[in-house]
Ligand binder design. Structure first.
Ligand code: FE
Length: 201
């Protein structure tokens, strides 16, 4: 028997392999470094949950905006200067209520309305979450710290390439009279995915 361990070619580290790919692209005039810098800028500065938080705060304080948001999310967020990639053809905004909890997932992979609510958390991409939130939503939410009473209906929405979702959380009662800026600060990514509720709701 040949010694498999020693006949196997050595595999370089991920860092070395990505550096090699980047060097090969640069050699051919493709500006991989520039692209990576741009992508990092977008992820860290532009595709952040603070965008969605602004949308939620506006919807809580401006009933006409909320109606437009629920009717056509993509057009409504554009009013706040927020854009979505062309292939995110629809933004469907799901309004929570005291007895309705909307939850989003992507059973196929990891799709979110990432320009609005930020990139998906690691757990959102796990097969565990993607498979179980559909069939055992109440248990999964409980495991994630959201223990909903039985009278709360849970609605799970499966994202597709062209239809993206965001959850409009219930506005906490103690925030009456708050400004949009104050309200936006309490809205979290988890609440816009629907795996958390805001304090007091
Ligand atoms: Fe996906």
């Amino acid at each position: 028997m040949p010694d498999q361990t020693h006949s196997r070619p050595t595999v370089a580290s991920v860092e070395k392999r990505t550096d090699a790919i980047q060097a090969a692209l640069e050699e051919r005039g493709l500006k991989a470094g520039e692209f990576i810098e741009q992508a990092e800028h977008l992820v860290e500065e532009k595709w952040i949950p603070e965008n969605g938080a602004r949308v939620v705060a506006k919807a809580w304080t401006d009933p006409a905006f909320k109606q437009r948001l629920l009717a056509n999310g993509r057009d409504a967020v554009a009013e706040l200067g927020l854009t979505m990639p062309p292939h995110h053809r629809h933004l469907v905004v799901l309004e929570n209520a005291p007895k309705v909890q909307n939850v989003i997932c992507c059973t196929l992979c990891s799709c979110t309305a990432f320009t609005i609510i930020g990139l998906p958390p690691d757990w959102y991409k796990d097969l565990e979450y993607r498979a179980r939130v559909v069939r055992q939503s109440r248990t999964v939410l409980k495991e994630m710290g959201l223990d909903l009473p039985p009278e709360v209906e849970i609605r799970v929405w499966d994202t597709t390439a062209d239809t993206r979702y965001m959850v409009l959380p219930v506005r906490p009662p103690h925030t009456e009279g708050w400004s949009e800026e104050q309200l936006a600060k309490i809205v979290t990514k988890d609440a816009m995915i629907g795996v958390a509720r805001l304090q007091g709701t």
